[in-house]
Design a protein. Structure first.
Lengths: 294, 306
């Protein structure tokens, strides 16, 4: 008699811990031939609610860290991922990519983390401005993190989609709740293990697995979620999110038909999508012969 | 007063041993339950009406107390049809102010007294402290017991002190006795202190000052509720219960209400006989009520802080 394989049941990543779903519902993760290779949690409304509480708690302390420290931590994720690249390549292949594609995806993911790590202490300098105003004021605008950002990660990619959405969101000091690709969820929880061993404070990155259409109504109505990133092209879902977002004027960002493997899809503008501009008017006095006012 | 006839030391109740396993088993059954929809809304509104909205900080200011009084009267006006809190709980020097602010609202003013929170002072000072609160118009006095004396075995001292303060309160104010269960060490001691406090004439027994951790917990509350039940059977006198400190979410508040209902019954389910001492519970309850009404999970950003 052949041996019955013991399939791992992956848990979710919430507030720096790995709990099972509150609902107790799981779904099978299939390989490219349709054979089950693991069990994934199907996140419920309550899982999401609990996650928002964790993300909210973690957000302010994370934003209060120095940009330099956030940069180090992002770099650390890249280092840890590099150390475990073989596992990720194998997992991607299990889910149906070729070896070459898988390697490419893992390497691009590592590089992308380093790319955004570099931006941590630079994006503000590039995006902020001193504004000319008529009056005795020093007027400047700068970017601050939006708060708690919920993400529906791209369905097509297991790893690069996750990295490309998480990194630009957390680099400015947001915390995030990511719903991983449903059909390619295997990498997402392995990636959570990487995050968990990379000095990222618990709650800054939270990863759920489950069905996007089921969770979108809850993602978009929750009053304590400040922004929502949707990667996909379901028109009905997009409309629903936009309608629901009016309850607390959530920022909705939609990314349609994006090839996340391409370099053009990493950009500091992606960081500022999840920031708010704060403008300060500071009274000044004219000093010096040149009339300089600072 | 009955307390003179009964000597606590010889009373059989004073040696009651608490069944710890039984208590934790009972509590764990309560915490596994789930209350939904209409029952939940009913329970949440009831919890709101039982709150002693509290500020007991060294940094309390006149405006902080004013703001708290306003909050007590207007919990969340956009909801409509909400009860007010039961009382505002402050230090004695703010009683007059709170009384004035709350005029006509039906909300009581409770004042901590007797060298709160440590209780380490002479009886004279404690009496003066209590008088000060009552003269300023306090409807309720929250006193602390002398935990040091309790641990030294001087139960008579603790008993007499409570009886004395009760005498000062007289008919002017109801007396809540804080046992500070976090400092008592064991559930047996909680039971013993509850019995002392009740036989000495307290109108309410209260778990904690909120200044040390652990403050109120479900097991400690259950022990005290059982003590109240036994005392009621013994004497026919109804005693109130007030868990205080650390009760900051609605779910926990509902669990307390379940404990009360199933240990003492409906007779205790009014703010005359049951209170929550809390500063942040009200907002969580309000958020849950709004969740029930709108269907959306709420954010702290949309509720007044104090």
């Amino acid at each position: 008699m052949s041996r019955i394989e013991v399939l791992k049941t992956y848990k979710m990543y919430i507030g720096g811990k790995f709990p099972r779903t509150e609902s107790g519902i799981h779904y099978p993760q299939l390989d490219s031939k349709g054979n089950p290779i693991a069990n994934m949690c199907k996140a419920s409304r309550k899982d999401f609610r609990n996650t928002v509480v964790e993300a909210r708690k973690a957000q302010e302390p994370w934003a209060n860290r120095t940009a330099y420290n956030r940069s180090q931590i992002l770099y650390r994720i890249a280092e840890m991922l590099e150390g475990r690249k073989a596992q990720f390549i194998e997992e991607l292949m299990q889910m149906g990519t070729t070896k070459k594609q898988a390697e490419n995806e893992v390497f691009t993911s590592i590089d992308r983390l380093i790319y955004y790590a570099g931006w941590a202490d630079k994006y503000q300098q590039i995006s902020s401005s001193v504004n000319p105003v008529s009056g005795a004021f020093f007027n400047f605008s700068m970017h601050e993190p939006t708060g708690v950002v919920a993400v529906i990660a791209p369905e097509e990619n297991g790893l690069i989609g996750l990295v490309s959405t998480i990194a630009p969101i957390i680099v400015s000091g947001n915390s995030c709740i990511v719903l991983a690709s449903e059909s390619k969820a295997l990498c997402s929880i392995s990636f959570a293990e990487v995050i968990n061993s990379s000095d990222v404070p618990g709650g800054v990155i939270n990863i759920l697995t489950g069905n996007a259409l089921e969770l979108i109504p809850h993602f978009s109505t929750h009053m304590d979620v400040n922004s929502l990133l949707y990667c996909g092209n379901n028109k009905k879902a997009i409309q629903l999110m936009k309608e629901n977002s009016v309850t607390n004027l959530k920022r909705i960002v939609v990314k349609k038909d994006i090839d996340w493997m391409k370099d053009e899809n990493e950009s500091p503008y992606f960081i500022t999508k999840f920031t708010e501009v704060k403008t300060t008017w500071h009274p000044i006095e004219k000093i010096g012969a040149s009339g300089s006012g600072y | 007063m009955e307390s003179k006839k009964l000597s606590i030391i010889n009373h059989p109740l004073s040696i009651t041993k608490v069944d710890q396993v039984g208590i934790s088993d009972r509590v764990s059954r309560i915490t596994k339950r789930s209350v939904k929809n209409e029952a939940k809304i009913y329970g949440l509104k009831m919890a709101l009406s039982m709150i002693d909205l509290t500020t007991l900080e060294g940094a309390d200011t006149v405006n902080k107390v004013k703001q708290l009084c306003y909050k007590g009267m207007h919990l969340h006006d956009s909801y409509g049809d909400l009860p007010t809190v039961a009382a505002i709980c402050v230090y004695p020097n703010f009683v007059g102010l709170a009384k004035e602010q709350l005029k006509g609202s039906g909300i009581n003013v409770a004042s901590v007294a007797t060298a709160f929170p440590s209780g380490n002072s002479s009886l004279e000072v404690k009496i003066t402290d209590t008088k000060m609160a009552i003269d300023a118009g306090a409807d309720e006095v929250d006193m602390v017991i002398s935990r040091g004396k309790f641990h030294q075995g001087e139960y008579n001292y603790v008993f007499d002190e409570i009886a004395k303060i009760k005498e000062v309160c007289g008919k002017h104010a109801r007396l809540k006795t804080i046992l500070e269960t976090g400092e008592l060490g064991s559930l047996d001691n909680v039971r013993k202190a509850s019995d002392i406090a009740m036989y000495a004439g307290s109108d309410f027994i209260k778990t904690s000052t909120g200044k040390i951790s652990p403050a109120a917990t479900l097991p400690v509350t259950l022990v005290m509720l059982e003590a109240i039940k036994d005392y009621y059977y013994e004497t026919g006198i109804q005693i109130g219960m007030k868990p205080a400190g650390g009760i900051s979410n609605a779910k926990l508040a509902l669990q307390y209400l379940m404990l009360v209902k199933e240990t003492l019954g409906d007779k205790w389910l009014t703010n005359e006989w049951f209170r929550f001492g809390a500063s942040s519970l009200a907002n969580d309850v309000l958020m849950q009520l709004e969740k029930q009404r709108t269907g959306n999970y709420q954010s702290k950003d949309y509720f007044s802080k104090d």
